[in-house]
Design a protein around this ligand. Structure first.
Ligand code: PEP
Ligand code: MN
Length: 349
C-alpha cells in the first residue's frame, strides 16, 4: 500500500508514520514529489486496518496496491520518475540516447567512439568491461582496465557512463568508475545481484531477460527498489521467440504497456533486439513512437574490426544520421533529444 501525506506534511509527521509502519511490520520507502511525499509500505496489508494509518497526523489517504510489484507500480507513484545521472535526466518527457561500443577494446577505439557519439548528440557513453559471452572462448572484456578507460573517456567528453556488472565482484569494482550500473538480460533474475545493485547507491539500467514476462521484469525492478534504490531504468532488448532471422524479437508492446503499469523510465536497445545494424534505425524510431524514454545503441568506429557484436554496431556516419532522424520523431511526440546539457528537473508525485 502507499500512504499519501498531505501537501506540506511536516518532517516529524512523516517520521512518525514511518515509525508506525515499522512497528506494524512494514518496510517504509519514501517517494518524494514536488508537492507531497508518499510512503510506499511493503508488507502484509491484511495485518492492519487502513483507518489506523489514515487517522495519523499529516496523512491524506492510504491506497492499497494490488499488483505484486509495489514500488515500481504506477499505483504507488502516478507521475513519471526521472532518473538523474549527473547532468543528464532519463525519463519525464525527454529522450536520452546512450551509445558506444559493445565492449571497451582499447584506448583508441573507445576514445574515438566517445567523441563520435558525443558529437552526434548522445548523452551517455556505453561500453562493456565484463562481457557475459555465450562462448567461454570469446573476448571477455578488459575488466578494471576497461573501466578506467571508460571513466576517462566519459570525463573527457562530458558524457555520463554505463557499464554492465555480472556479479558481486564486478559490481564492487565498477561502482566507483561509472554513473549507471547495467544488469544484463542474462542476470535479470539473479536476485542476489539485484539486491546488491539496489544497495550500491548508483542508478541501475535493468535489461529484460530473454525469456522474461513483463511481470517478471517488473518484479526484478522491485528487488532493486526494495533495497532503497528508486533510480531504476528499464531496458527492453528483445525476447527469445521462434524467429531465427533476427537475434531476438523486439517487444514494443511491452514498452507501451510498461509505461502504463510503471512510473519508471523505459529505454530500448535495438542493437541486441535485432542483431542487425540495418534494423537499428527503424526500430529506434518505432521505439520512440511507442513511448520509450531513450535508446541504448551499439556504435563502433570500425564495426568489421569489433571484438564483439560488430554486425549490429552502427558505423559512425549511420549513428550521426540516426540522431538527426530521432529529433524529428521526438518532436512528433512532443519531446526533445537531450544531449549532455543540464536537464530540467520534473519530479512530482
Ligand atoms: C550488452 O548490452 O552489452 C549486452 C550484453 O546486452 P544483453 O544483456 O541485452 O544481451
Ligand atoms: Mn553487445
Amino acid at each position: 500500500m502507499v500512504v499519501v501525506m498531505v501537501a506540506g506534511a511536516l518532517p516529524e509527521q512523516v517520521e512518525f508514520v514511518k515509525e508506525r509502519l515499522v512497528a506494524l511490520g512494514f518496510q517504509p520507502h519514501l517517494i518524494k514529489g514536488v508537492s507531497r511525499i508518499v510512503i510506499g509500505a511493503v508488507g502484509d496489508r491484511r495485518t492492519i486496518d487502513a483507518a489506523t494509518l489514515e487517522n495519523l497526523p499529516g496523512v491524506e489517504k492510504v491506497i492499497p496496491i494490488m499488483k505484486p510489484y509495489k514500488l515500481a507500480s504506477r499505483e504507488a507513484k502516478e507521475a513519471d520518475s526521472v532518473v538523474q545521472v549527473g547532468r543528464v535526466c532519463i525519463g519525464g518527457g525527454s529522450v536520452t540516447v546512450m551509445a558506444g561500443p559493445c565492449a571497451v577494446e582499447n584506448r583508441e577505439q573507445l576514445f574515438k567512439a566517445a567523441r563520435l557519439v558525443r558529437q552526434a548528440g548522445a548523452a551517455v557513453l556505453r561500453g562493456g568491461a565484463f562481457k557475459p559471452r555465450t562462448s567461454p572462448y570469446s573476448f571477455q572484456g578488459l575488466a578494471e582496465k576497461g573501466l578506467r578507460l571508460l571513466a576517462e573517456a566519459a570525463a573527457q567528453t562530458g558524457l555520463a557512463s554505463v557499464t554492465e556488472v555480472i556479479d558481486q565482484h564486478s559490481l564492487e569494482i565498477a561502482k566507483d568508475y561509472v554513473d549507471i550500473l547495467q544488469i544484463g538480460a542474462r542476470n535479470m533474475q539473479n536476485f542476489h545481484l539485484l539486491r546488491a545493485v539496489g544497495r550500491a547507491g548508483k542508478p541501475v539500467l535493468l535489461k529484460r531477460g530473454p525469456s522474461a514476462t513483463i511481470e517478471e521484469w517488473l518484479m526484478a525492478a522491485e528487488y532493486i527498489m526494495s533495497e532503497g534504490n528508486e533510480n531504476v531504468i528499464l531496458c527492453e532488448r528483445g525476447i527469445r521467440t521462434f524467429e531465427r532471422l533476427t537475434r531476438n524479437t523486439l517487444d514494443l508492446s511491452a514498452v507501451s504497456l510498461v509505461k502504463i503499469l510503471s512510473h519508471l523510465p523505459v529505454v530500448v536497445d535495438p542493437s541486441h533486439a535485432t542483431g542487425d545494424r540495418r534494423l537499428v534505425e527503424p526500430m529506434s524510431k518505432a521505439a520512440l513512437a511507442a513511448g520509450a524514454d531513450g535508446l541504448l545503441i551499439e556504435v563502433h568506429p570500425d564495426p568489421p574490426k569489433a571484438l564483439c557484436d560488430g554486425q549490429q554496431s552502427l558505423y559512425p556516419e549511420q549513428f550521426a544520421h540516426l540522431m538527426q532522424e530521432l529529433k524529428v520523431i521526438a518532436a512528433a511526440t512532443g519531446r526533445t533529444v537531450n544531449g549532455s546539457a543540464p536537464c530540467k528537473q520534473n519530479r512530482s508525485a
